[in-house]
Design a protein around this ligand. Structure first.
Ligand SMILES: Nc1ncnc2c1ncn2[C@@H]1O[C@H](COP(=O)(O)OP(=O)(O)O)[C@@H](O)[C@H]1O
Ligand SMILES: [Mg+2]
Length: 253
């Protein structure tokens, strides 16, 4: 069976800086995979390359067998990659519910979300979208604040809302850029449970960038460590976290 994401030799330079070089990763369906590494290692740049923000100058990206290398953001979104951002991006003036509905607009086909929620066919589209959005909000304990303006949510809830909106596009692959950044330990714990739940309930494949080593070792089955734009180590979480090179370059800092 083909991997869900298969990346070979991905690279990009900014001026004289080789931000990502020779990057390979293979992610199987429903895997929960972590991308770690020091600040400036190139992690967010990898996400930007995978989602069409930047066009790679080397390499190839296959999503579920489809070549999406160098495609535009909108086409990659349609192909099935959704993401969240290191610095949260929401429609701040819109309601929590409408932020999730904005994600649903991308999605006209029969979907996993639809399948799981088993919506009656006779409902009008808008009502259907309200319900889908509310169901997603419930997953993240945000249903009680559905009418709030997004900007008025506490930080931890904004992070969760961004994940809910990404899921609303019914992606094949969900990319999370430091989802626990700025969260307190309780919020982080809760977020870990939610990420696990999302993987199980939506049969989602997830690649997450994270600094919080507790989060990474607690939920990721596999890890890739980036250092100066290159893969330093790759494999099962246990193996990678015990790799002496990784301990020196990253964990020992
Ligand atoms: N658009 C850009 N123009 C120039 N340099 C960039 C750009 N985006 C990222 N970089 C550089 O690429 C390197 C990797 O950045 P980034 O991917 O954000 O690292 P990380 O997410 O691992 O902290 C950094 O040196 C950063 O300054
Ligand atoms: Mg980053």
């Amino acid at each position: 069976m083909a991997a869900l994401l298969d990346v070979k030799n991905l690279g990009i330079s900014f001026g004289g800086l080789r931000a990502v070089n020779g990057f390979d990763i293979t992610i199987e369906k429903e895997e929960l995979y972590g991308l770690i590494g020091p600040n400036g290692a190139g992690k967010t740049t990898v996400f930007n390359l995978l989602t069409g923000v930047y066009r790679p100058d080397t390499g190839k990206v296959l999503l579920d067998g489809e070549d999406i290398t160098g495609k535009k953001i909108i086409d990659i979104s349609k192909a099935g990659i959704a993401r969240t951002f290191q610095n949260i991006r929401l429609f701040k003036k819109m309601s929590v519910l409408d932020n999730v509905k904005a994600g649903l607009h991308n999605n006209h086909h029969y979907s996993t979300v639809e399948g799981i929620l088993r919506l009656p066919r006779y409902r009008k589209v808008e009502k259907e979208m309200d319900e889908k959005a509310m169901d997603l909000l419930k997953v993240f304990d945000l249903d009680s604040v559905a009418d709030y303006q997004a900007a008025n949510l506490p930080y931890g809830q904004q992070r969760k809302l961004e994940i809910a909106r990404a899921l609303a596009t019914d992606p094949k692959l969900l990319l999370l850029d430091e989802p626990a950044a700025g969260m307190n330990p309780n919020e982080t714990e809760e977020l870990m449970d939610m990420i696990r739940f999302v993987r199980e309930q939506f049969h989602m494949t997830i690649l997450l960038i994270e600094h919080d080593m507790k989060l990474v070792s607690g939920i990721c089955e596999k890890l890739t460590v980036l250092n100066f734009g290159e893969v330093l180590a790759q494999g099962t979480t246990d193996k990678v976290l015990n790799d002496p090179q990784v301990i020196t370059a990253y964990l020992g800092e």
